[in-house]
Design a protein around this ligand. Structure first.
Ligand code: FPP
Length: 252
C-alpha cells in the first residue's frame, strides 16, 4: 500500500481517533428563546460529557472544533464569549482532566489570539504534557486550509535557509508541519446538527476518515450519541483506495 505518511493505510487500531464538529449551539439556544451564548455554554457541558464517555466508547483521541479561523466573522460579543469559554473550560476542568490522565493539545494558529488566551493554552498543554491515557485536541483559531498553508510556509522557509530542496517536499514533510503532526489521522469525523459539511476542519487529515452526520444539536450530545457514531463507523468498510479491507491489510 503506497503511502508516504504512514498514516493513511494504518489499520484502525483501537482506540479510535474521533473528531467532532460541535454544531448547533445557536439553534439549540434559539429553540429555547435563549441568547446564543447559553447554547455555547451548554455546548461546554456536552463536551465534558463526551470526553468522559469517550474511553468507554473505544475512543482514545478526541479532536473537537472549538473556534475556526472563520468564526472571527461573528459579532464581536460572540467572539469574546467563545474566547471566554476556552478560559472557563481550562479554569474549571483542567485539574480534573490532568488527574484523569488526559493530555490536552490545542491545534491552530496562536498568532491573532490575545496574550491571555495564549497563556491559557500554554498552561493547559504544559500541565497535561506528561499524560498519555487519553488525548483531547481542541482546534481553536484553526482552519484546515490555514494549517496546510502554515506547513507549506515552514517548508518554504527551510528551502530559503538552504536546509531543504523543493524536490524534498512530499506528504510526510508537509504532514510534519501541520499543527496535528504526530497524531494518527481521525478514523471518524462527526458533525452534529444535521449539517453535512466539513467547514474547513481537518482537510488534510480527513483523507480516509469516515464521515458521520448526526441530527442531534451539540448541546444535547452525550455518551449515547458517541456510542452510536462509533457503531456506525464499525459498520463501514474502509478500503484506503484498495479493494477490500483484507487486501489493504495484506499489503501492509
Ligand atoms: C457551532 O455552533 C459551535 C461553535 C462555533 C463553537 C463550539 C464551541 C463550543 C461547543 C464550546 C466549547 C468550546 C471550547 C473551546 C471549550 P453554532 O454557533 O454555529 O450553532 P448554529 O449553527 O446552530 O448557529
Amino acid at each position: 500500500m503506497p503511502t508516504t505518511t504512514g498514516h493513511a493505510a494504518t489499520p484502525p487500531a483501537a482506540p479510535l481517533h474521533a473528531a467532532i464538529i460541535m454544531d448547533g449551539n445557536g439553534r439549540w439556544a434559539k429553540k429555547r428563546a435563549l441568547p446564543r451564548i447559553l447554547g455555547h455554554r451548554a455546548g461546554v457541558q456536552a463536551l465534558r460529557r463526551t470526553v468522559e464517555a469517550a474511553p468507554d466508547c473505544g475512543v482514545g483521541v478526541l479532536t473537537v472544533y472549538g473556534f475556526s479561523t472563520e468564526n472571527w466573522r461573528r459579532p464581536e460579543t460572540e467572539v469574546s464569549e467563545l474566547m471566554g469559554l476556552l478560559k472557563t473550560f481550562v479554569d474549571n476542568d483542567l485539574e480534573q482532566l490532568a488527574r484523569e490522565g488526559v493530555k490536552v493539545r490545542i491545534l491552530g494558529r496562536r498568532e491573532g489570539l490575545k496574550p491571555d488566551i495564549v497563556k491559557i493554552i500554554e498552561r493547559a498543554e504544559s500541565r497535561t504534557a506528561e499524560n498519555s491515557r487519553f488525548l483531547l485536541q481542541v482546534a481553536f483559531n484553526y482552519g484546515g486550509q490555514a494549517d496546510i498553508v502554515d506547513a507549506a510556509r515552514r517548508f518554504a522557509e527551510a528551502v530559503e535557509r538552504g536546509e531543504a530542496r523543493a524536490a524534498d517536499l512530499d506528504e510526510g514533510v508537509l504532514e510534519r508541519g501541520l499543527s496535528t503532526a504526530g497524531v494518527p489521522h481521525p478514523d471518524l469525523i462527526v458533525r452534529t446538527s444535521g449539517e453535512r459539511r466539513l467547514s474547513n476542519f481537518l482537510l488534510w487529515e480527513c483523507a480516509y476518515a469516515e464521515l458521520i452526520f448526526q441530527d442531534v444539536l451539540w448541546p444535547d450530545y452525550g455518551p449515547e450519541h458517541l456510542k452510536a457514531a462509533v457503531a456506525e463507523f464499525n459498520k463501514r468498510e474502509r478500503r484506503y483506495g484498495g479493494t477490500t479491507v483484507d487486501d489493504v491489510y495484506a499489503a501492509g
